[in-house]
Design a protein around this ligand. Structure first.
Ligand code: GLN
Length: 197
């Protein structure tokens, strides 16, 4: 059984643990950087990205998180977690983990659309995924390595780059666990020895 950590500094932590358990993996709340050694994949939850960044700095998580990704271990960022993964944020001088080659805009759907639900096609995952958006960002540009896997009204709302996955919506807030399941498959895949030719 793969062990999935959920960064436990702020945000929708319990909901992700529930979703991870629902697809048959073990969910562990990560509160100390040393715990990163015990897990196979990591979820960066939704919440508030500037608050999360402050706590990441306070608990000296920045470098360990970047190293975790650089070791080839899968990371799934949802909403604020997607913002943490991006290498560029509209209107901000500095980004955070800079692990995915994409530019994101925070609160991109505007005030009128603080939160809403939409049925989306998520490539390789589902044709009818019930996506919950809460003060969501979207992705305004991606580099050549990034695969767009979902859009909503022409805006990119989910993407993949190698062992990184992100969604602007919250896959942990409904009983549709297919996107979490997809991430677990990515983690299992990352553990298989590379095929020799
Ligand atoms: N708007 C939040 C931010 O910028 C993200 C919202 C969310 O994670 N639901 O961090």
């Amino acid at each position: 059984m793969v062990r999935i950590g959920v960064l436990g500094l702020q945000g929708a932590i319990r909901e992700h643990i529930r979703s991870v358990e629902a697809v048959g993996a073990e969910g562990i709340v990560i509160k100390h950087k040393e715990q990163l050694d015990e897990i196979d994949g990591l979820i960066l939850p939704g919440g508030e990205s500037t608050t999360m960044r402050r706590l990441i700095d306070k608990y000296e998580f920045l470098e360990p998180l970047v190293n975790f990704g650089n070791q080839g271990k899968p990371i799934f960022g949802t909403c604020a977690g997607l913002i943490l993964l991006a290498n560029e944020i509209v209107g901000q001088e500095n980004a955070h983990l800079k692990l995915m080659d994409m530019k994101v805009e925070r609160n991109a759907f505007g005030r009128q659309r603080e939160s809403f639900e939409a049925e989306l096609v998520v490539k390789g995952v589902a044709d009818d995924f019930e996506a919950v958006f809460i003060r969501a960002p979207y992705i305004v540009g991606v580099g050549p390595e990034v695969e767009v896997i979902a859009t909503y009204k022409g805006n990119i709302v989910a993407a993949k780059q190698g062992h990184y996955l992100c969604s602007a919506f919250h896959p942990e807030l409904t009983d549709d666990h297919r996107l979490t399941g997809h991430f677990i498959e990515m983690v299992e895949e990352s553990q298989r020895p590379a095929a020799t030719v």
